[in-house]
Design a protein around this ligand. Structure first.
Ligand code: ADP
Ligand code: ZN
Length: 835
């Protein structure tokens, strides 16, 4: 075996030598999802650290692993040596590895996927195996008494190739399941040999050539004697002094690199390679903004946070402030204190609000200290930001969910803006919630958490009420600007029994007035709503499951209604069960139809439409918003993507086309989301000097989520908490969504039944309620059929280990079936939605 590109030991640091290490192997293989112990060869003992990447032998191959601990004695009788320590600084520290273990346990995810969260961006590597013949074909065939086909196949494929073949490629030629053992036994007989190669990481430190005049060069050369171009270069260097990047220098002087080379040969300049830090753009780079003086409520909040900071204890604040109340200013002031105490801070904002505008507010307040981390940066930029953070060059990190894992030391504060946003829940494994991980990381480092929102999640509300979070309130908008006035239009009374218009006369009239007065309007349509719910046209009642309190989905096939939580089905009733009237109708309309209807009624008005269709190109989003905020259009029609963060002073009217689409989602969070979304959208109106107006169209004007908009928030929160309590939903229980997916419909359905049996066995006597299996509301997604089982448990932490074991048992079972290998089972703990 040979390994390229390894063995480096950090020099000159004294460490306690470690005889044994505990490692996590970097692999998706379920059976290897636990810590393993290895011994450390003498010459590597003082180089190995927590966070070191090592190569370890596993069965008959080499694998990448991360060092997570130093056991005093190994847990196996025959412990093997690690093979190498890779050329890297440790990737994480003791606290980070504790956090990763906590994540894997809490979300019942694999350890290796949890550790990948703290890896530097773009640095993941793989060990590739290459196989080649060690003897010629005839000799090999002669020596093979065992004429199993897989062995022969491997020999034939390898012999036919002039070069070594990668294991993955070999699997395409020879039966994949048999390849590994075939190669192993051929290797044992000395017929083939293997080579292990580490792949290069996607991101590496970048360098740039820089030029300076040699020491004393200006004394020794005579400018006039140099050829023109060389003279220009020297003149420029001497005049400016210091370093110039080679590319800049050549551009400015118009000289070629050969002129530069001859100057180097004459010893007049030095060309050196300088590390280049790729910098993402922070904001527009405009003038620093004026720093406002906090009003009394902001000051009170800052004072409380400051007090808590001084005693360096962990704690969580829920900062509830209406839209435009100045929450960001509170974060900024808190961070100022954190930095003054020599500590560091993380600010999480939803991906969609990571606009230049937001970044600039932080970057201009703390010049040179702010790093950003989010997925739209180039890999190299992200890697450089990450390194800068670890080296202590930055002390404030602003970013999306994943910025939570930034390698900051001495963390003092994590602020989460719009903490109720569903995007804080990861949708890939480990399916963590940023709020929970932030709390845990903060607890481990004795740091504070600030959760900010105009519409806090019910989880946070419940904790604030229980005194677990400290509640801070900003009740008014800055400068006491009024909140927009909300009017609700009851669509039942619009348009008679015939065709209901998309835009009510009241909203049309308001649009017309707004435009006449020189204002701008936003029309919002929630398109994530499914069109397949049934609603009574007389009373607005939406058909829902009496057990699960979620709306029923209408299935044209079989003309029936289904609850996608518990799987029960109903016939479509003739009349509305609520009012005895009807008819029951299907609903749904797109943004495009809204645009058409407005154009028809208000000819000559200019409209911008924003939805997934009009924003396919990379910067369409920014361009459309830019042109709307510049006043180039009077009306903006759009989906969710326009609901948040827009701060356009000209907008005085917001119209919600149909508040019911979100209410009708077959999800226990439907009401909460509706209320949050509508509040966010309303918050776009009247941010400038002119007051705002909001018009909400609905068939459910009495629904608490709708009434909450006009100010009755408390009743809504009460009603919603009560529903969650009685129907057993978070925050009163932990909900686990067990997903079963397969490209094969029958395999998915059967596996779901099987999984249910396994869970029933494993969870007997735990008091866990098991619902389903049922097809998921989105029953087919990207070619996969989706089924799910819902678990409601009083204490998740007590059973998380069991759940992981159940999944393992399922895979054991699935191996025995031909279709089983395409089935995937995964858990989503306290999901953002059960769709
Ligand atoms: P929120 O995050 O609560 O919606 P922001 O923090 O975005 O509110 O504040 C809204 C606007 O008010 C921003 O332009 C901000 O600069 C400004 N602002 C914040 N605090 C004050 C203050 N005390 N005096 C004047 N303007 C303020
Ligand atoms: Zn149900």
């Amino acid at each position: 075996m040979c390994v390229r590109d390894c063995i480096i030991r950090p020099e000159g640091v004294e460490r306690t030598p470690h005889e044994y290490v505990e490692v996590i192997i970097d692999t998706p293989v379920q059976e290897l999802d636990r810590p393993f112990h290895y011994s450390v060869p003498e010459d590597l003992r003082d180089a190995v650290e927590i966070g070191s990447i090592v190569l370890v032998p596993f069965t008959n191959r080499l694998m990448l692993a991360y060092v997570v601990g130093f056991p005093t004695r190994p847990d196996v009788a025959r412990v093997r040596n690690i093979s190498r320590i890779l050329d890297e600084q440790p990737l994480f520290d003791f606290d980070a590895q504790r956090l990763c273990r906590w994540i894997a346990a809490r979300y019942a995810s694999s350890l290796s996927s949890a550790f990948r969260l703290v890896m530097p961006p773009g640095r993941s590597r793989k060990v590739k195996q290459f196989v080649s013949m060690a003897v010629d074909r005839e000799k090999a065939l002669e020596m093979l008494e065992d004429r199993r086909t897989a062995l022969l196949d491997v020999v034939e494929v390898l012999s036919a190739s002039a070069q070594e073949i990668e294991m993955a490629a070999l699997k395409r030629h020879v039966s994949a399941s048999a390849v590994s053992s075939a190669v192993a036994s051929l290797e044992e007989k000395g017929l083939v040999k293997r080579r292990f190669v580490l792949t290069e990481p996607a991101a590496s430190p970048a360098a740039r050539l820089a030029v300076r005049a040699s020491q004393g060069a200006s004394d020794t050369f005579e400018l006039d004697k140099l050829p023109t171009r060389q003279r220009d270069i020297m003149g420029h260097l001497v005049a400016h002094g210091g370093m110039e990047f080679q590319s800049d220098l050549l551009r400015v002087t118009g000289a070629s690199s050969s002129s530069l080379k001859s100057l180097e040969r004459k010893g007049l300049v030095e060309i050196v390679s300088e590390e280049l830090l790729r910098q993402p753009r922070l904001g527009y780079g405009r003038e620093a903004q004026e720093i406002p003086t906090p009003n009394e409520h902001q000051q009170a909040a800052v004072d409380r946070i400051t007090e808590a900071l001084e005693v360096k204890s962990h704690g969580v604040f829920l900062l509830e402030g209406v839209t435009g109340s100045g929450k960001t200013e509170v974060y900024l002031r808190a961070i100022e204190r954190v930095l003054a105490l020599g500590r560091s801070a993380i600010v999480l904002v939803p991906e969609i609000s990571l606009t230049p505008q937001t970044l600039e507010r932080f970057a201009s307040r703390f010049p040179g200290k702010v790093a950003v981390l989010h997925s739209r940066l180039a890999t190299g930029e992200r890697y450089d930001q990450w390194r800068g953070i670890r080296e202590g060059r930055y002390s404030v990190v602003v970013g999306a969910r994943s910025a939570l894992f930034a390698p900051l030391s001495n963390l003092g504060l994590i602020a989460i803006d719009e903490e109720h946003e569903p995007s804080y829940k990861s949708d890939t494994t480990p399916r963590y919630h940023a709020r929970e991980v932030a709390e845990t990381r903060a607890r481990m480092s004795g740091a504070l958490v600030i959760l900010g929102s105009a519409t806090p999640s019910l989880e946070s509300v419940a904790k604030a009420r229980a005194g677990i979070y400290e509640h801070l309130v900003l009740p008014y908008r800055i400068d006491n600007r009024p909140m927009p006035a909300v009017e609700v239009v009851d669509m039942k009374s619009v348009g008679g029994a015939g065709q209901v218009p998309l835009v009510s006369p009241l909203l049309l009239d308001a649009l017309e007035r707004t435009i006449e007065a020189g204002g701008q309007a936003i029309l919002f349509l929630n398109r994530r709503g499914f069109s397949n719910y049934l609603q009574c046209h007389s009373c607005g009642h939406i058909m829902s499951c009496d057990e699960c309190e979620v709306s029923l989905s209408y299935h044209r096939k079989g003309d029936m209604l289904m609850c996608h939580h518990c799987g029960k089905t109903w016939n479509v009733p003739e009349k509305c069960p609520d009012c005895g009237g009807g008819p029951l109708r299907q609903f749904g309309a797109g943004t495009q139809r809204v645009e058409e209807e407005v154009r028809k009624n208000l000819p000559g008005v200019s409209i911008i439409r924003m939805d997934t269709d009009t924003t396919t190109t990379k910067d369409a989003h920014g361009r459309l918003l830019g042109s709307f905020s510049a006043g180039e259009a009077q009306i903006l029609v759009g989906t969710q993507m326009i609901a948040k963060g827009l701060d356009i002073p000209g907008v005085t009217l917001v119209g919600v086309i149909n508040a019911d689409t979100a209410l009708a989602l077959p999800d226990f969070r439907a009401s909460e989301r509706t209320y949050q979304l509508l509040t966010q959208v309303s918050g776009r109106a009247g941010r400038g000097l002119r007051p705002g107006r909001v018009i909400v169209q609905t068939f459910n004007p009495e629904h608490p989520a709708v009434r909450a908009l006009s100010g009755d928030t408390d009743s809504f929160i009460e009603a919603e908490l009560e529903m969650r309590r009685s129907a057993l939903y978070p925050p009163f229980v932990d909900l686990v969504n067990v997903h079963i997916t397969s490209p094969d419909l029958t395999a998915a359905a059967r596996s779901a039944e099987r999984m249910k049996k396994i869970l029933e066995g494993d969870l007997a006597d735990t008091g866990v309620t098991i619902l389903g299996p049922a097809p998921s509301p989105l029953s087919r997604l990207r070619g996969q059929y989706r089924w799910h089982i819902l678990l409601k448990c009083g204490d998740l932490d007590a059973i998380a280990g069991k759940l992981k074991a159940s999944v393992g048992r399922f895979y054991e079972y699935a191996k025995a079936f031909p279709t089983g290998k395409d089935v995937r089972v995964y858990l989503d703990v306290n999901p953002a939605s059960v769709l």
